[in-house]
Design a protein around this ligand. Structure first.
Ligand SMILES: [Zn+2]
Length: 132
């Protein structure tokens, strides 16, 4: 078993934290020297979008689906999207991936590809989610 991927270290050893909206890693920058503790969003897009009740429903759906499954089993983000919006789930695919990244940042879940935990900030292509 590999170590769970939480907030990965940046290559430069600068402090990092997860974006509260998309769950991607934010790496410390000089311009945040004084207010790093208040930094919550990785980008203006995330600052504008914030998290919505749908985002919270996606997190809850991921956790419900995983808890209903045997330990160590995975789900696809599309399963959570379909649970939240059965007839219009496709637009929720990226929000479902973001919900998964937030759960990873909280240490609740991990994102896997081909059965191995991967860095959620940089994973490309199909992912699966499992409980830590
Ligand atoms: Zn973000």
């Amino acid at each position: 078993m590999s170590e769970p991927v939480r907030v990965p270290r940046s290559s430069s050893n600068l402090p990092t934290k997860p974006c509260v909206v998309c769950g991607r890693v934010i790496t410390w920058r000089k311009k945040w020297e004084r207010d790093w503790d208040q930094v919550r969003y990785c980008s203006d897009a995330c600052r504008r979008s914030k998290t919505t009740p749908v985002d919270e429903a996606l997190e809850a759906a991921i956790l419900e689906l995983l808890r209903a499954r045997a330990r160590g089993k995975t789900i696809c983000p599309s399963e959570a999207a379909k649970r939240v919006e059965p007839d219009a789930w496709r637009p929720l695919m990226e929000p479902a991936r973001a919900a998964a990244r937030r759960l990873v940042a909280r240490g609740v879940a991990e994102i896997t590809q081909r059965g191995r935990a991967v860095d959620p900030s940089t994973a490309r292509g199909p992912i699966r989610i499992r409980l830590v």
